[in-house]
Design a protein around this ligand. Structure first.
Ligand SMILES: NC(=O)c1ccc[n+]([C@@H]2O[C@H](COP(=O)([O-])OP(=O)(O)OC[C@H]3O[C@@H](n4cnc5c(N)ncnc54)[C@H](O)[C@@H]3O)[C@@H](O)[C@H]2O)c1
Length: 461
């Protein structure tokens, strides 16, 4: 198809964990739309155009291959593709600010602002600009102001369309979403723009799952969704601490509590803490917003979700230390899993980063293994002092180890031969199952000293 044959042209600025998968699915489902995914990072764009995609996500490669070169394109030529597009998704990163006012809490909006300025500079016709990135409530107002300032007389309609996909299940979440949320201004232009976006999703999403809202509700709903999810994790993790002190079992408590249909069973697995690029940053963003609006008790309430997460990671380290006779000096620990969750190579804000650093501070020697995240883990630990190395093969990682610390619940770790592992380890051999993935009773019978999370330890002394 030549460009003129396409019904509409879409550009997406930001070819990351969100821009990549979302645009692949839109291209698959809307063959009559041209989709151009853009990034300033040439290496990333080259990878999207190669056989080794820059991110690992189940089923993604097939989806990309289906449309790439037909109606799905990856490019660094932002100016050209922005000007050609009718609809521009903005999916750039919005990390936590690390400097100045709001450092450590507020969202750093510099990439959003740069993108808005670039759109304004090069657009010569009306554009619909869609916020896909997660941003503070009322950010659309800033976008509108930037887009409509200066000498460019082009009109822009800004929509909010937050992304709810979860890494590891991004393809499934996009193809079969619980809901799609579109926020717009209640003006003729805003409503028409909203209809354009609804039309794209209608290609595959049932109408009752496409929600429309005002811009601010839409922006805020994304922060609140992540805050509620993280809150459930911190809630059950706080109870895990109590279980370890009382010999209650957190999985039994979670099961009993989760069967209440008003509560539900999801996101009630105790673990070493949540990670990923979003939860911490989005809650801190919410906290900062509450402080901005002088709602201090609300800010303190949400801040506690992050505080419990920090406490949980530190508690895990302390449990390793205490159980191994209060010293880890020169003890080898095999770290099973570095990604913040299974089925992704993403290690951003993974609990493993904190836990490994702390174990190294205690002078343990680490052999780190992960099915897909070793490359990222290497970067995360770059420059950190201490004795650590990476092993593709978990059986090599455990050779002569005093302990295994399981930090990511990759199914592959459940399938390993633990008798073989036990035989190759130093004795007494310890397992700290930070995700309650393994069969603890069986491990104990093999001879391991087993420390599940939120449950009594099973040891031999
Ligand atoms: N990762 C997730 O699971 C997830 C889920 C929902 C929402 N979000 C939100 O989506 C947004 C993007 O997240 P991500 O995980 O895809 O981030 P990412 O870091 O993987 O990707 C962002 C991309 O934007 C590019 N970029 C930055 N400035 C640019 C510019 N001026 N022009 C062109 N490209 C530019 C970067 O080079 C990078 O490749 C964030 O706001 C995040 O909070 C993320």
């Amino acid at each position: 198809m030549t460009d003129t044959k396409f019904t509409k042209k879409i550009a997406c600025i930001g070819a990351g964990y969100v821009g990549g998968p979302t645009m692949a699915i839109i291209a698959n489902k809307c063959p009559d739309y041209k989709v151009s995914v853009l990034d300033i990072n040439k290496k990333r764009i080259d990878a999207w155009n190669s056989d080794k995609l820059p991110i690992f996500e189940l089923g993604l490669k097939e989806r990309v291959m289906k449309s790439r070169g037909k109606n799905l394109f990856y490019s660094t030529d932002l100016d050209k593709e922005i000007d050609a597009a009718d609809i521009i998704f903005v999916a750039v990163n919005t990390p936590t600010k690390t400097f100045g006012e709001g450092a450590g809490r507020a969202a750093d909006l510099q990439f959003i602002e740069k993108t808005a300025r670039q759109i304004r500079e090069v657009a010569r016709s009306h554009k619909i600009v869609v916020e896909k990135s997660t941003i503070p409530v009322r950010a659309a107002e800033t976008l509108e102001t930037i887009l409509h300032s200066g000498s460019n007389s082009v009109h822009f309609d800004v929509l909010s369309n937050p992304e709810f996909l979860a890494e590891g299940t991004a393809v499934r979440d996009m193809e079969d979403p619980d809901r799609v949320l579109i926020g717009s201004r209640n003006t003729p232009g805003g409503l028409a723009a909203r209809e354009e976006l609804v039309r794209i999703y209608r290609h595959w999403v049932p109408p009752e799952r496409i929600l429309t809202a005002n811009l601010w509700s839409s922006e805020l709903s994304k922060l609140v969704s992540n805050a509620f999810l993280a809150q459930r994790v911190s809630s059950i993790n706080s109870i895990a601490a109590l279980c370890e002190s009382t010999e209650a079992e957190v999985s039994e408590v979670a099961h009993a509590v989760g069967m209440d249909s008003r509560i539900g069973a999801k996101f009630l697995n105790a673990g070493v803490g949540f990670g990923g690029s979003c939860f911490r940053k989005d809650i801190l963003n919410l906290v900062y917003l509450c402080e901005h609006y002088k709602l201090d008790p609300v800010a303190r309430y949400w801040e506690q979700v992050v505080a419990i997460n920090d406490y949980q990671m530190e508690r895990f380290v302390k449990r390793v230390l205490r159980s191994m006779f209060d010293t880890l000096v020169d003890k080898k620990i095999a770290v099973f899993g570095f990604a913040f969750k299974p089925d992704t190579s993403d290690t951003r804000d993974a609990p493993a980063i904190y836990i490994c650093r702390r174990l190294l501070e205690e002078r343990a020697k680490l052999a780190i293994t992960d099915p897909h995240a070793i490359e990222n883990a290497r970067k995360d630990l770059e420059g950190i002092e201490g004795n650590f190395h990476f092993e593709e093969d978990p059986y090599r990682a455990v050779q002569g180890a005093h302990a295994v610390a399981l930090l990511t619940e990759w199914e592959r770790f459940a399938q390993l031969d633990y008798q073989k592992i036990y035989d190759s380890m130093e004795k007494p051999a310890f397992i700290f199952d930070g995700r309650n993935l393994l069969n603890h009773q069986k491990l104990h019978e093999m001879g391991f000293n087993v420390y599940p999370l939120g449950k009594p330890a099973l040891h031999h002394f």
